[in-house]
Ligand binder design. Structure first.
Ligand code: NAP
Ligand code: P7Q
Length: 690
């Protein structure tokens, strides 16, 4: 459809992810496209490493997601160093969360697709001149051998990164703010420093993570250190000096593999289109690489621009596309400019949170507090994931039931009305367990805490049991009260003589003080002792076996027995077991034996208590992030994530939501059952690429 004297319809400068995706989309729609790239061969630098939900969908829509191979979940994500579970954007999204994929692998797949669709990539050629006349653009390119060539096209797109030549040549206007803060980054071999994620120390912020090859990626910022113009990358001596100032550790003896510095320069073009020239990705907006958004924004820009150019160029009639006019291209600017601006704002906010000194601590605290609310988490996670936020998304009804029954003594768990919008759901969920009471053992931390929070959010009065960690238990109570829920803490070490008696003294007193009676609707046997990894079956001692059985099996049995006198008819018992009762892991044999025993409580008491309408069920989590430091080590998380069919480790809330279902009225027809809440860990290994 190009005029015969034109070289091509669309010229794309830059064969990064944006340029290659765009070129493929254009070629697929029958638009002629040529890509110009200054690098002779694709880069192998690590660069970006994270794909977000919207990007995953774009790749799936093009049929190339599977070509990336099995991707592992990239953990929960963060906002300015404050933990943020990106699946909160839309937990039902097929690609919820973030996914690890080196940029080089993505480029290889996008490049192969473009090649198959007939795209020509002219490598080793640099754009040096640009002229627009009438209905065409002319681009001068210079090859490495010094020879120049001129290419003509109807449209030119700059996907050539933050130092975009196309942006310069076409004279785009930009707005932004200069650098104020700088971060040093290095991959260093031969050093041994502890892994840490955004650790805030007295003098600065430090991050370290060991690569599988044994080298360590360190990033460091000294609070208050201003950015300075750099002609060359920092050397190891500079990085090591800053690292020592901030952490007190020495790394100067290491071998640097890669060193660089990056700053928070912010820049955005005021218009994404200037006549026949358009920009996408970093060429249109430059930002500090915080939170892995740049690559995702670029790919999403490119997809939007591809659709706009196809609409512009493939209309019907004599002169293809002319009756459509420039509207689609202006629409591209109108759609993507505000998204870019919003991303720059969130990134600047994250830079302040991450690289600000102690003066930002109060803001971090408040923000962390807000982020404990579903809606706030969903809002930020959606912004980063490229998905519509909770205020805009049409939510799937998740927990609706047509029966709006009143709380009822025989069936204590209140029914709810149909909810279709996020906010309505939030409010209605508050009512599901009103007038009920719950005991969650071991709810100072981990899965127990998440369960206590969820049951309290549903309206239950929750007894937060703990053994040693009083501060953490009080924090659980405070978190519940902050959201308008009701809870109290109860201490009792389980597995020692008198344990269950002590627990029930505290429980009954707490219930009487608040409700006037000692009546329990929901019991969650969650507290558990675990064995350290790395102990061979041969090394398990009799004492250890006794301790595990005392805490994990004996105590839950005695708690159920003692609870019978408190439990209301129609009540609920949920026992937390482990996927390890069906997944062999010899190092955990003793622990798994105790969980096998707990599952017997479910079977036999389900029969025993059915006449009273009490259900008894087992929930079996797989590897679940309980906040232990292990889950701060990206490599460890990646390895554990592979065990789940969904490629990520469980979140405590993933398990808590399952418990809440069994505790709710909706779970009334389920008793004596084993509910696998391990994200498909028991399905076995995948047969092939997803
Ligand atoms: P966690 O973070 O290790 O917390 C354990 C909780 O149990 C804490 O509240 C702790 O109280 C309490 N606890 C431990 N020993 C106790 C004792 N002797 N007496 C009284 N309380 C005691 O636990 P989690 O990882 O969330 O695990 C919760 C349950 O899920 C456990 O039954 C575990 O076996 C099961 N599970 C966990 C995973 C996983 O990957 N995380 C996987 C499958 C199953 P203090 O804070 O006071 O010490
Ligand atoms: O491997 C587990 C596992 C584990 C551990 O790693 C050690 C820890 C955290 O001290 C106790 C622990 C408890 C568990 O319940 C599991 C577990 O459920 C699991 C593991 C590995 C593979 C599959 C699993 O469940 C299906």
């Amino acid at each position: 459809m190009a005029a015969p004297d034109l070289d091509t319809d669309v010229l794309v400068v830059g064969a990064g992810p944006a340029g290659l995706l765009l070129a493929g989309d254009l070629a697929e729609a029958g638009v002629r496209v040529t890509v110009v790239e200054q690098l002779v061969a694709p880069t192998t630098q690590s660069r970006a490493s994270t794909l977000h939900a919207r990007t995953m969908t774009l790749l799936a829509e093009r049929g190339i997601l599977g070509r990336l191979g099995q991707l592992t979940g990239g953990g929960p994500g963060h906002f300015g160093g404050i933990r943020l579970d990106l699946t909160a954007a839309d937990p039902a999204h097929p690609h919820a969360g973030q996914w690890k994929c080196p940029q080089a692998r993505l480029e290889a797949v996008l490049g192969a697709r473009a090649g198959e669709l007939g795209v020509r990539v002219r490598r080793g050629q640099r754009a040096t001149g640009l002229a627009a006349d009438g209905d065409r653009v002319r681009l001068t390119v210079r090859a490495d051998d010094g020879t120049s060539d001129q290419l003509s096209a109807r449209y030119l797109v700059g996907c050539d990164g933050e130092r975009s030549t196309v942006r310069e040549l076409a004279g785009f206007a930009v707005t932004g703010t200069p650098a104020t803060k700088e971060m040093l980054r290095a991959d260093v071999a031969g050093i041994d420093v502890p892994n840490r994620r955004f650790e805030r120390l007295a003098g600065g912020m430090a991050t370290a993570s060991r690569w599988p090859d044994g080298s360590t990626r360190v990033m460091v910022h000294r609070y208050g250190a201003a950015a300075r113009p750099r002609a060359v990358d920092p050397d190891l001596a500079e990085v090591a000096a800053t690292w020592e100032q901030v952490t007190g550790e020495r790394i100067g003896h290491g071998v640097p593999v890669w060193l660089n510095a990056f700053d928070n320069t912010t820049l955005q073009v005021t218009e994404y289109r200037r006549g026949r020239v358009l920009l996408a990705g970093d060429a249109a907006h430059r930002q500090m690489p915080v939170g892995g958004q740049a690559l995702n924004l670029a790919v999403q820009d490119a997809a939007a621009l591809g659709a706009a150019l196809v609409a512009r160029l493939t209309g019907r009639g004599g002169e293809p596309g002319d009756e459509v006019g420039d509207e689609p291209l202006d629409g591209y600017h109108r759609a993507r400019h505000p998204i870019g601006a919003r991303a720059l704002t969130n990134i600047q906010a994250q830079v302040l949170l991450l690289l600000g000194g102690p003066e930002v601590d109060p803001v971090r605290e408040l923000l962390a507090e807000l982020m404990r609310h579903d809606v706030a988490r969903a809002h930020l996670a959606a912004m980063i994931s490229g998905l519509p936020g909770p205020d805009r998304a049409h939510r799937h009804q998740r927990d609706g039931s047509d029966r709006a029954s009143r709380p009822d003594r025989a069936e204590p768990v209140a029914g709810i009305t149909r909810a279709t919008h996020g906010q309505a759901r939030e409010r209605i969920r508050m009512g599901r367990l009103t007038d009920t009471t719950a005991l969650v053992t071991g709810s100072s931390r981990g899965i127990g805490r998440a369960t206590a929070l969820r049951l309290a959010a549903d309206g239950a009065l929750v007894a937060v049991h703990y053994a040693t960690n009083g501060d953490a238990a009080r924090e659980t109570v405070a978190l519940i009260e902050k959201d308008g829920g009701r809870a109290f803490a109860v201490r009792a070490e389980l597995g020692v003589p008198g344990d269950v008696h002590e627990l029930f003294l505290g429980l009954e007193r707490g219930l009487r003080e608040r409700t006037g009676e000692a009546v329990l609707d929901i019991l969650v046997n969650n507290a558990g002792a675990t064995t350290p990894a790395g102990v061979a079956p041969e090394e398990v001692t009799a004492e250890e076996l006794d301790r595990l059985f005392a805490v994990n099996a004996r105590a839950p049995f005695l708690i159920v027995q003692r609870a019978l006198g408190l439990l209301r008819d129609g009540g609920r018992i949920i026992n937390i077991s482990s996927g390890l009762t069906r997944f062999a892991n010899p190092e955990q044999v003793a622990y798994a034996m105790t969980k096998g025993a707990v599952e017997q409580i479910t079977l036999h008491f389900a029969r025993h208590l059915a006449s009273r309408g009490i259900t008894v069920n087992t929930v079996a989590p797989g590897i679940t992030n309980n906040g232990s430091p292990l889950f701060d080590i990206p490599e460890a998380v990646e390895q554990m994530a592979r065990l789940s069919a969904f490629g990520r480790v469980g979140d405590a809330s993933d398990v808590a939501d399952v418990v809440a279902f069994l505790a709710s009225r909706d779970g009334r027809w389920v008793t004596g059952s084993f509910v696998d809440a391990s994200g498909g860990t028991l399905l076995g290994a995948a047969g092939g690429a997803a």
